[in-house]
Design a protein around this ligand. Sequence first.
Ligand code: TRP
Length: 377
Amino acid sequence: MDTSASSSLSSHVSTQAHALMTAAGYDNAHAVDELLADLLTADETTTPWPSQISDDHTPVEFSLALDHGQRPTVRILAEALAARPSLAANLHAAQHLLERWASRYSLAMGQYQQVADLFAGAPPDSQFAVWFSVVLRRRNVPRIKVYLNPQCRGTRHSVALVVTAMRRLGLGGAYPALQAAAIQPGGRYSFLALDLHHGPRSRIKVYASHAATATDADAARAAAVVPGVDTDEVTTFCRLAAGDTLGSATSRPLVSSYTFVDGDSCHPSGYSLYVPIRSHVTDDRQARDRAIALARRYGHDAGLVDEAITAIARRDLAAGVGLIPHIAVRLGDRAPGLTVYLSSEAYRVSPPRPRTAFPPMSGPTRPERSGSSPEPR
Ligand code: TRP
């Protein structure tokens, strides 16, 4: 069965993972193989699953995180799929994988166990049950993070679900300010993410997606509840990443995330903003240029950003849009960190938009994508 679609997905993804890790200076690129083998077990030939991880439904997304004082980090966001995927079966597969990883990597499961029952629903209209983020490291075992879905019992219950989870995690005091800042009209909680490693730097993150029409001012308002965050920088980042097309109803949403570490019971200590840059460029050459400009702005290795993009790309950058789905900035008590997300595009490339898609200033509304694949949300 070596010619099956599932083994071609694995080989596509692992070739990219090796290239990206090598570009980022890892000398243990094959350390990712076992993780990918654990994650990519579904039989994609008979039952492809419309994973919402990426626009073309590849159940994996790469990212390169740049932080001052640390070496660049390669991460993989992935959905564990059952051999015959369905939401319920995938939830089961994810729980099973988590048990194996918990013993193999000595994961800290306490916080997850405090809230897991809240997120065990899998109604048919939900987008996903559990996602994983794997942070690859050079010498040590990978760090694993689990993403839970606040929408898993329907949008009506999502706020209550997040409040309950935050209370159980000792963050009840931080909730009111967070809710007011993060959930503006049209916004919603999108993920609750838990680091599964031991130690004081293990984090809890709450993610909120803004309304599609949200602008840089809304992002700045969302960021303002986090002490020490420069809200002008939030605005600038939005403009540099998205150009002047933010706020159009057909864009994908800006996403804010709030980071809590041990001892943060009343205030988050970090804020990140994720700009869906693919909604704001005609093609990936333009997205690459913006990513490089942002890396330079924050004093990160712009050449590495370029190499990372080349490591993942299987096509000319001008020949599609969405290879760089998001670009994110991390703000708080340290110098800004930058993360560039990279799509595997194992299944499909979205064609570039016509240059006229972004007329200067406010033009007519445009279709978000020219392809026929279903929208992720
Ligand atoms: N593809 C989904 C989206 O664009 C989920 C997702 C994947 C995402 N990576 C992300 C959302 C990074 C925000 C940031 O919404």
